[in-house]
Design a protein around this ligand. Structure first.
Ligand code: CP
Ligand code: NVA
Length: 318
C-alpha cells in the first residue's frame, strides 16, 4: 500500500469541510488517498489528534458496526461523539430537520447520519454548516464501500483489474460498491434476480466514473457473475425497512445464496465478503462465513480504520 506522499497529503487536504453522502462525492485520487491513510492508521504508522472535536450521530435505524466504529474512530482521534437519537431529541416530536441541522452545527464539528430516504440526508447536508457523512441510507452505504475496498487492497497487491462479484439485492451496498469500485478500477459484476437489479442510473453513473477500463456489469445469473472473480460479496435480501417483504424476497432470491458451489466457480484465490449483519442459510451459507477465504470480520474491523481516515480528512486534521 502506498505511503502518504506530499501529493496524497495535498489530495486529502482538499477533503476538509466536505460532505460524504455518496461514493461519487470522491474522485479516484481522493478515494485512493483515503484508503492509503486508512492503511497507515491501521498499521499504527500515523497518529492524528483532532483535539476534542465532536461528531454527532443521528441514527434512525439500528446499527452495530457503523455506530461503534464511528464512536471508536473519534475517540482514537482524540475527539468525542454525542448520540443524537431522534427519539430523544425534538426531531422525534417533529422539530423541522432544517432547524435541527442548523442548531447541531453550532455544537458539533461533523455529523454522521443513518436514515431511510437519501433525500433526508441531502437535506441535512444542505442545512448543516459542518460536514455530513452518510452512515447508510436506502440508496448508498459509502463508508462500507471504503472499508470493503481497503479489505480487498490488503489481500491483492493492486485493485485495478480485479473483479468483485456481488450476488443479491441491487441495494444501497451494491450501489456504493459499484461506484467506489469503478473509481478504483475494480470490475464489479452484480447478479440479482429479475426485478431486484440496481437502478440503471447508478449503473450508468458507475460506468461513467470508471478508471483503467473497469466495467460494471449486471446479470441475473450468479454463476456468470462469479466466474473467475477475485472477491464474492453479498448482503441481506431484505434491508432495514423492507421487513414486510421478507417472505416474498426469500422466494425471489432462491438460487442467489452465496455458497461453496459459487465459490468453486471463482478464482482459486477468491475472498468472501459480507457487510454484516448476515442471515446464515439465506444470502450466505454458514460455512462460507467461517471459511478460510472469508474476510468478513476484516471488513468489519476496517470500518474503523476507513472512517478514522475520513474523519481526519473532513475535519482537516492532517
Ligand atoms: N455493515 C453495517 O453497516 O453494519 P451496521 O448496520 O451494524 O452498522
Ligand atoms: N442493505 C442493508 C445493509 C445493512 C448494513 C440494509 O440497508 O439494511
Amino acid at each position: 500500500m502506498a505511503e502518504i506522499t506530499h501529493g496524497v497529503a495535498a489530495v486529502l487536504s482538499d477533503l476538509k469541510n466536505r460532505d460524504f453522502l455518496s461514493s461519487s462525492d470522491l474522485n479516484s485520487e481522493e478515494t485512493k488517498a483515503l484508503l492509503a491513510l486508512a492503511f497507515q492508521l491501521k498499521q499504527g504508522h500515523r497518529r492524528i489528534d483532532l483535539g476534542n472535536r465532536v461528531l454527532g450521530l443521528i441514527f434512525t435505524k439500528a446499527s452495530t458496526r457503523t455506530r461503534v466504529s464511528f464512536q471508536v474512530a473519534m475517540t482514537r482521534l482524540g475527539g468525542q461523539t454525542v448520540d443524537l437519537n431522534p427519539q430523544l431529541t425534538q426531531l422525534g416530536r417533529g422539530e423541522p430537520l432544517e432547524d435541527t441541522a442548523r442548531v447541531l452545527s453550532r455544537f458539533c464539528d461533523v455529523l454522521a447520519v443513518r436514515t431511510y430516504a437519501h433525500k433526508e440526508l441531502e437535506s441535512y447536508a444542505y442545512w448543516a454548516s459542518i460536514p455530513v457523512l452518510n452512515a447508510l441510507t436506502d440508496f448508498e452505504h459509502p463508508c462500507q464501500a471504503l472499508a470493503d475496498y481497503l479489505t480487498m487492497r490488503e489481500v491483492f497487491d493492486d485493485l485495478e483489474g480485479r473483479t468483485l462479484a456481488y450476488i443479491g439485492d441491487g441495494n444501497n451496498v451494491a450501489n456504493s460498491l459499484m461506484i467506489c469500485g469503478a473509481l478504483l478500477g475494480v470490475n464489479v459484476r452484480v447478479a440479482s434476480p429479475k426485478g431486484f437489479e440496481p437502478m440503471p442510473e447508478v449503473i450508468k453513473k458507475a460506468n461513467a466514473l470508471s478508471i483503467a477500463g473497469a466495467t460494471i456489469e449486471v446479470t441475473n445469473d450468479p454463476i456468470k457473475a462469479v466466474n473467475g472473480a477475485d472477491a464474492l460479496y453479498t448482503d441481506v435480501w431484505a434491508s432495514m425497512g423492507q421487513e414486510q417483504e421478507q417472505a416474498h424476497r426469500q422466494k425471489a432470491f432462491s438460487g442467489f445464496c452465496l455458497n461453496e458451489d459459487l465459490l468453486g466457480n471463482a478464482s482459486p484465490e477468491a475472498i468472501v465478503m459480507h457487510c454484516l449483519p448476515a442471515h446464515r442459510g439465506e444470502e450466505i451459507s454458514a460455512e462460507l462465513i467461517g471459511c478460510t477465504a472469508s474476510r468478513i470480520f476484516d471488513q468489519a474491523e476496517n470500518r474503523l480504520h476507513a472512517q478514522q481516515a475520513l474523519l481526519a480528512a473532513v475535519l482537516g486534521g492532517l
